[in-house]
Ligand binder design. Structure first.
Ligand SMILES: Cc1ncc(COP(=O)(O)O)c(C=O)c1O
Length: 164
């Protein structure tokens, strides 16, 4: 939703971590296709990810930092707030994969200043696989172009008003 829904410009980049979940780079094809590519923030040998590690990869053309709240391999829980502050300062957004933290630890995404968040429910939420959700900060809804559409995207009131 974010990679394909944001209006990426030539030269924009997305920041991810060096040793995140293996499929982590897949959804960021949007900016890579636009020419900016993917920058990988450092990660400590034991799996920790410090805000300073991520900061080094952020540029003034960073549109999104896409990061897992809890690292899948090490279980390390990243302090998201300083990363949110850094990417916002650079004019970008923080997009969090929370599949490994929701249900496992107490936290609020508002306090972390997260812009976008997604999670499947089949880990610590103890739900069935394939049943997940996407959160978008309300102010950002107009800037995300819907790329998966169905009847819920339609203005039904306008359609029924059309004379037949
Ligand atoms: C951090 C993280 N994100 C996502 C997933 C699930 O990936 P997908 O959405 O491709 O099923 C996992 C699975 O282990 C994971 O650890």
């Amino acid at each position: 939703m974010v990679a394909k829904g944001l209006d990426f410009r030539e030269g924009d980049n997305v920041v991810i971590t060096k040793r995140g979940v293996p499929r982590q780079p897949l959804p960021v094809g949007g900016p890579a296709a636009a020419g900016g590519g993917t920058h990988r923030g450092e990660q400590q040998p034991d799996g920790r990810v410090y805000a300073e590690d991520v900061a080094e990869a952020i540029t003034d053309r960073t549109r999104v930092v896409a990061i897992s709240h809890v690292q899948y391999a090490s279980g390390y829980r990243i302090d998201l707030r300083p990363i949110a502050d850094m990417v916002h300062k650079a004019g970008g957004y923080l997009c969090v994969d929370a599949i490994q933290s929701l249900g496992a630890c107490r936290w609020t995404w508002q306090a972390m200043r997260i812009d976008f968040l997604s999670a499947d429910g089949h880990k610590w939420l103890l739900g069935p696989e394939g049943c997940g959700f996407f959160y978008c900060k309300e102010d950002h809804i107009p800037m995300l172009h819907p790329n998966v559409v169905g009847w819920m995207n339609m203005n039904l009131a306008a359609i029924t008003a059309v004379p037949v």
